[in-house]
Design a protein. Structure first.
Length: 135
């Protein structure tokens, strides 16, 4: 599925495809913070941070657990995802919980906003905070 392919591309370092899925500017919310991905470089950079963090923690695969999906209205919908981290031994651990705000467009699905309900990596918060807040 789309989220599994996206995760595989991020872990393999093929970041241009996932970076192109963001509708810009893209607000990102997380515990006590927020930022805006202003351009493709911000998107690529945030995905690179995520990939490096996951690799440093020994994660070799991600599995999306879709908790809920909105019924589309006006081409827009939300997807609640609880990510599962999988290491080289096959051990699973809870990852981030994210609400993806999506829009159907001619190229597929665009991510309009991300809301991290739980961010599994404390290292990601300061990285996101280093991005400018406005578009």
């Amino acid at each position: 599925d789309l989220l599994t392919r996206r995760a595989g591309m991020i872990l393999s370092g093929a970041l241009e495809g996932p970076a192109a899925q963001y509708a810009l500017p893209t607000p990102v919310f997380f515990h006590k913070g927020r930022t805006v991905l202003r351009d493709r470089e911000d998107c690529r950079k945030s995905l690179e941070w995520l990939r490096n963090d996951l690799r440093a923690r020994g994660v070799v695969a991600l599995r999306p657990g879709i908790a809920a999906i909105d019924l589309p209205r006006g081409g827009r919908f939300r997807v609640w995802v609880d990510w599962v981290l999988i290491d080289a031994q096959g051990q699973e651990s809870p990852g981030s919980s994210v609400i993806y705000y999506c829009r159907k467009d001619g190229a597929g699905i665009a991510l309009e906003m991300l809301d991290y309900r739980h961010m599994s990596s404390p290292a990601m918060r300061p990285m996101f905070m280093s991005l400018p807040l406005s578009a």
